[in-house]
Design a binder for this molecule. Structure first.
Ligand SMILES: [Zn+2]
Length: 120
């Protein structure tokens, strides 16, 4: 399980058998490129902007690409160490999230949950 911090970009989806999954408010361009978070500045692939970009919820499931344990941060209120993971969602969108619990091996399937605080 990977965890996204509570944020206006994330919201809890309805409880499911697999737990409280995150609803990730991403977007999609008319060219098919998907991204997260939603923005209207411009598509990273084709450069279109504005009405060419639509809101689309990103899947809360994906694959762990890599993970790193963070032991030093500049924010004294952020407890360390914690492990951050780079995840490719099933829709193709890539996100960075905190890993909750044991760190799975790269290539493992993961679910993304929303949290109201980092619990490390
Ligand atoms: Zn595009």
């Amino acid at each position: 399980m990977v965890v996204c911090m509570d944020n206006p970009l994330f919201s809890l989806a309805e409880a499911s058998a697999r737990g409280r999954l995150a609803k990730l408010d991403g977007g999609v361009c008319v060219c098919g490129f998907r991204f997260f978070p939603m923005q209207r500045i411009g598509c990273e692939r084709c450069g279109r902007y504005g009405d060419h970009l639509k809101t689309e919820a990103a899947e809360a499931h994906g694959t762990l690409i890599a993970a790193v344990t963070v032991r030093l941060v500049t924010d004294p209120d952020l407890p360390v160490p914690f492990t951050a993971g780079y995840v490719r969602l099933d829709s193709g969108v890539k996100i960075t999230a905190i890993i909750d619990g044991e760190t799975p091996a790269p290539g493992s399937p993961v679910a993304v949950a929303a949290h109201d605080a980092i619990e490390i």
